[in-house]
Design a protein around this ligand. Structure first.
Ligand SMILES: Nc1ncnc2c1ncn2[C@@H]1O[C@H](COP(=O)(O)OP(=O)(O)OP(=O)(O)O)[C@@H](O)[C@H]1O
Ligand SMILES: [Mg+2]
Length: 333
């Protein structure tokens, strides 16, 4: 599949009174047309800042996307676009689904108005065409009696139903890419799984690429083709979902896997949380930033930052000891 999104050496920083926060520190990845990719990591590792950078939604100041960063979408350079051009991409070709739908849905407008307004604006549909498509979209996301539901306001919908409305909104302008930032954390686990499955199925059907951002490596498992693991502003490992779940090579990936319930293996296995805290992003040193929490760290880990290197077919990891580690060691060590 041709590449749709190509992020290269993206660096995004915030200049604060505490110092410079290196929120995203040189990440490179791509997403193919129609592909589902999960970006995983603990709170504060730069997942949202990375996503907001793609859409140029970083407040400036204090934020800044550094020179040398590159973000290409469908071959076009997003960082070089004018304000009008990037707004056009945001409304039409890339849509975002946020964590808390209550904050992204307008409480004083009916669901129908919110759906039809964007379609009339971005796709030039007439009111009648937009109404028809809104009914169709609500049906697609599994909301019954769509004609009646379109006349209701967001507070008439449960959390899971609002999330479905958000997906309908995201799909309404026929985007080529949807970025879903922690789309399901506010929901219980069964509904989370339903929402992720719905998103995956609809994007597959429509050939839309999907980036799912989450801190939960347990639940996203079944929904992504590829997984990117971030730690302290950097990508530390990436590979197919199969590689990441069954043959992880970075100690942080192994730690994450051992700390969450898994749907696939080790049923009943004891969960081991990762001890310690992620580093302060204003005070990163010249070594691997995971080393204070890493049970495999050796002297060289403090001397330079390990680069991402191939550890399998298309799988990469940034660890000097990547080839010494096994998934099961983490629980016995
Ligand atoms: N406007 C801002 N000013 C200063 N620092 C910021 C700003 N926005 C984000 N940051 C910092 O950038 C870093 C990355 O934040 P980001 O929101 O991307 O994390 P995240 O991985 O999405 O976490 P979570 O899982 O909690 O959503 C954090 O250290 C955060 O404090
Ligand atoms: Mg976030």
């Amino acid at each position: 599949m041709p590449k749709l999104l190509e992020v290269a050496n993206l660096r995004t920083q915030f200049h604060t009174t505490e110092g410079t926060v290196k929120a995203v520190d040189g990440i490179t990845y791509d997403v193919s047309e129609g592909e589902t990719v999960a970006i995983v990591g603990e709170s504060g590792c730069g997942k949202s800042v990375g996503a907001m950078s793609i859409l140029r939604l970083i407040p400036h100041p204090p934020g800044e996307i550094l020179a040398g960063s590159s973000i290409r979408f469908g071959g076009r350079d997003l960082l070089a676009m004018s304000g009008a051009e990037i707004r056009h991409v945001r409304g039409g070709q890339i849509s975002m689904v946020f964590q808390e739908p209550m904050t992204s849905l307008n409480p004083v407008l009916t669901i129908g108005m919110q759906l039809t307004e964007t379609m009339m604006l971005h796709m030039g549909l007439s009111q009648a065409e937009a109404d028809r498509r809104a009914v169709e979209l609500l049906g697609m996301v599994g909301i019954g009696e769509p004609e009646r539901r379109l006349k209701q306001y967001p507070h008439h919908f449960s959390g899971g139903m609002r999330q479905r409305v958000m997906i309908a909104l995201a799909l309404s302008c026929k985007p080529r890419l949807i970025i879903a930032d922690e789309p399901t954390t506010a929901l219980d686990v069964t509904i989370q799984a339903q929402i992720l499955e719905l998103m995956r199925n609809l994007t597959k059907q429509m050939g839309v690429a999907l980036i799912v951002i989450t801190h939960n490596l347990g639940v996203v498992a079944r929904y992504a083709e590829r997984v990117i693991v971030m730690y302290a502003g950097k990508i530390v490992e990436s590979g197919t979902a199969d590689q990441i779940y069954h043959n992880p090579h970075h100690p942080y990936t192994i730690g994450l896997l051992n700390s969450v319930p898994r749907m696939d293996l080790h049923r009943g296995k004891r969960l081991v949380p990762i001890e310690g805290q992620p580093p302060d992003l204003t005070r990163l040193d010249d070594g691997c930033s995971y080393r204070p929490r890493c049970q495999w760290a050796v002297e060289s880990c403090g001397q330079s930052i390990p680069a991402l290197e191939a550890v399998g077919d298309g799988q990469i990891a940034a660890c000097f000891r990547a080839n010494d580690l096994q998934l099961d060691e983490a629980s016995s060590a």
